[in-house]
Design a protein around this ligand. Structure first.
Ligand code: FE2
Ligand code: FE2
Length: 248
């Protein structure tokens, strides 16, 4: 990813912050009681995951951008975090209207936050993109598990934004990993794959009622997650180093 790519991403996120996607009020908003029971805990966990002030991410991005003199990065990440907060707000509004109680804590969310705090930008982005790739499979499943038009459009809205997030984050991750030697690079990829596969398995176990209603088996869900991983994170082509990004 070069300076030009970063500028394109910044423009993308700036545009979206000025013209955020919204869920039209005219949509039918009926959630049957059996659907509500099925999705309540699951959607509350994902709502919690979307909700973050992103302080750790911003600090790590700020440090990296300053050290390597990478332009546009900090502002792009600020806008990305704002978009996540908007997802959290849209989900919360839906939950409130359907009397689905929010969660203030969940063990999976605590694990994610803990791992993200452990190290710098690279680990944070690796964890974040894993959650989002799996989240995209989940939101598509939630969309087909419900007959509620508002929830269907809400899921599609989130996935549309997330597709850009994972595009940006995968490019960022390749840039952050570009300086590594072959052996360390192979180890990093292996560790990420293991983390990703474990997370997908945990998401299957903890959200399987919703996923099953959408027609998934454990196998099809894990395969769909893996396909997302392969598409975005299997390295192809030449990688730019931070020095190249800074034009040096
Ligand atoms: Fe999100
Ligand atoms: Fe996202």
């Amino acid at each position: 990813m070069g300076v030009g790519d970063l500028e394109i991403w910044l423009n993308h996120f700036e545009h979206h912050s000025r013209h955020p996607r919204y869920v039209p009020r005219s949509l039918s908003d009926v959630l049957r009681s059996d659907e509500r029971k099925l999705i309540a805990s699951s959607i509350a966990t994902f709502q919690l995951g979307e909700q973050s002030e992103g302080r750790t991410l911003l600090l790590a991005a700020e440090r990296f951008a300053r050290e390597k003199q990478v332009p546009h990065l900090l502002r792009t990440i600020e806008l990305l975090i704002r978009e996540e907060q908007r997802h959290a707000a849209l989900l919360r509004a839906f939950m409130q209207d359907h009397r689905i109680p929010p969660k203030s804590t969940d063990w999976t969310d605590r694990v994610f936050r803990l791992v993200r705090r452990l190290a710098g930008l690279q680990l944070y982005v690796g964890v974040l993109i894993s959650a989002e790739l799996i989240g995209n499979v989940y939101y598509r499943a939630l969309e087909s598990a419900t007959g509620c038009e508002r929830l269907q459009v809400l899921c599609r809205t989130i996935v549309s934004d997330e597709l850009a997030h994972v595009g940006f984050e995968s490019q960022l991750l390749f840039m952050l990993r570009a300086d590594r030697g072959a052996r360390l690079s192979a180890l990093t990829h292996l560790a990420h794959r293991i983390f990703f596969a474990t997370t997908a398995a945990v998401v299957w176990l903890t959200h399987r009622s919703v996923l099953r209603r959408a027609g998934h088996s454990s196998r099809s869900f894990l395969r769909a997650c893996q396909a997302q991983y392969n598409f975005y994170l299997e390295p192809t082509g030449a990688l730019a180093s931070p020095q190249e990004i800074a034009g040096r």
